[in-house]
Structure formats: C-alpha cells, structure tokens
Ligand binder design. Structure first.
Ligand code: DGP
Ligand code: NA
Ligand code: NA
Length: 239
C-alpha cells in the first residue's frame, strides 16, 4: 500500500494570513511534485455554505445553535472526500477546520446578558464588554458535532494579536471581525491547543503570524516537509 497523504490544517484569527499562506503552500507542494489539494472551511459554494455565507455577511439572522450546526455540517459534507484523497496519497491542506468552529462559537456572548461584575472599587460601574459577559454556548456543546471528523496530522496556528490583525486590509467586513470577540477567540484557541496536545489529535504548532510573509512561509514549509517525511505512515486519527 502506498503512503497516504498528510492532512495539514491552517488555523488562526481573521486576517492572520491563513488564506495567503495556504495558497503559497499549495504552490510550493505542487512545484515539489507532491500530490496535494487545497480546501477551505467554510466552503461557501455548497447549499449549506451559501446559508453560512449569507449569515457571515449579516444578510440573514440565524439562531446561534443552528448556525453552529450548519458550520459543522459543512465540514461533514466534505469529510469522506478528505479521507478518500488522503488514502489515495493526496496531501490535503485545509484553510480552517473544526478548531475554528469551536473557537468562534464558544466565544460568543449574549449581548443582552447580565455581565459578570463590572463595578469598580469606588462603586462606579464600567461599561460591560465582550470579556465580562458569560458564554452563550457551552464549550462542550460546541465541540460535540465535530467529534469523529478526520483529525489533522498537523495544525499550524498563525498567531496574531487582535489589534494587529484589525489594522490589516479587509478587516471588519464580516460578523465576528471585531477586536473584543477575536480576543476571546484567541483564548479559546489556546485551550483547544492544550486539548489537542493532551489527546494526541495530531501535532499543534504555533507560528508567529505577525512576521513578514516570507518568514511565515518558510516556517510553514519546514513544518510541512517534516510532516511529509514522517507522520503520514500512521493511521488517520479523529477529532
Ligand atoms: P473565512 O472565510 O476564513 O474568513 O471565515 C469566515 C468566518 O467564519 C471567520 O470569522 C471564522 C468563522 N468560522 C469559521 N468556522 C466557523 C464555525 O465552525 N463556527 C463559527 N461560529 N464560526 C466559524
Ligand atoms: Na473572515
Ligand atoms: Na481567510
């Protein structure tokens, strides 16, 4: 049996450089004659993806539970083709995955909720912010629908500070693209990283997304080359 392909996920906050780096990576793999394919979630082209797209552009409103399940369904509708590609020896590069699903949904708060204590020592009160409100959806509930999806061999987390990301071009056009929400998303990603390491759901590597494009590109290339040399002999795990 020939070696299966490697499953590599790129994750990060909005405007962390994922899509740019994923495109560069696939080009380098193809130049190196590594059979490979680039996919991205949400895949906005499917019927479910069109609902997600409309939601992200704030053209439609959907219950927070319902949209979370749609994001997960959007991954499930592609899951079997990911497994098939990997088994056929194709390396799959994936721009966002289930980890975004957990981080972006579990970071939501109910804007009308009573904030956790915001009073100051002199008895005055500070305006409630995203970070002082309780979560809208429990973490375990957010995680559940993605359990059993194929697990990446390697997840590259492009770490960027939310205030740096917010200065990048194209920021702020879609739902979730505000600094307070992204701060919470970043905290959740570090919780996910710990769990991935503890549970052995592939390797999780944090890369500095604030570096120059070329430096990030080289860091990614080093990690992917290593993943291609090793892990893909092993059995595919699950989230
Ligand atoms: P992108 O197309 O990569 O810009 O991602 C669209 C946005 O959707 C981005 O803010 C991250 C968010 N997102 C991605 N996957 C999920 C998910 O499963 N659940 C939720 N709530 N948000 C997600
Ligand atoms: Na985005
Ligand atoms: Na992107």
């Amino acid at each position: 049996m020939s070696k299966r392909g490697a499953f590599v996920v790129i994750e990060g906050l909005d405007r962390s450089g994922k899509s740019t780096q994923a495109a560069t990576l696939i080009k380098r793999l193809q130049e190196s004659n590594v059979p490979s394919k680039l996919i991205k979630f949400p895949d906005r082209t499917t019927p479910i993806g069109k609902l997600i797209d409309s939601y992200l552009r704030s053209e439609t409103e959907l219950d927070d539970h319902a949209i979370h399940l749609l994001f997960s369904a959007n991954r499930w509708e592609v899951a079997s083709s990911i497994v098939k590609d990997l088994e056929n020896g194709t390396t799959v590069i994936c721009d966002r995955y289930a980890f975004s699903g957990i981080a972006f949904s579990a970071s939501k708060v109910d804007p009308s909720s009573k904030p956790v204590d915001t009073s100051t020592s002199d008895g005055s009160s500070v305006a409630p912010t995203h970070s002082t409100r309780p979560p809208l959806l429990p973490y375990s509930w957010c995680r559940a629908p993605d359990v059993s999806l194929p697990a990446p061999d390697l997840t590259l987390f492009l770490d960027i500070l939310p205030h740096i990301a917010s200065q990048r071009a194209g920021y702020g056009g879609e739902r979730y693209e505000n600094q307070e929400h992204q701060e919470r998303v970043r905290e959740l990603f570090s919780r996910i990283a710990e769990e991935v390491e503890a549970e052995g759901v592939g390797r999780w590597v944090v890369l500095d997304g604030g570096l120059e494009l070329k430096e990030v590109e080289e860091a990614i290339w080093r990690e992917v080359k290593e993943a291609l040399r090793g892990g893909d002999d092993g059995e595919l795990g699950s989230v």
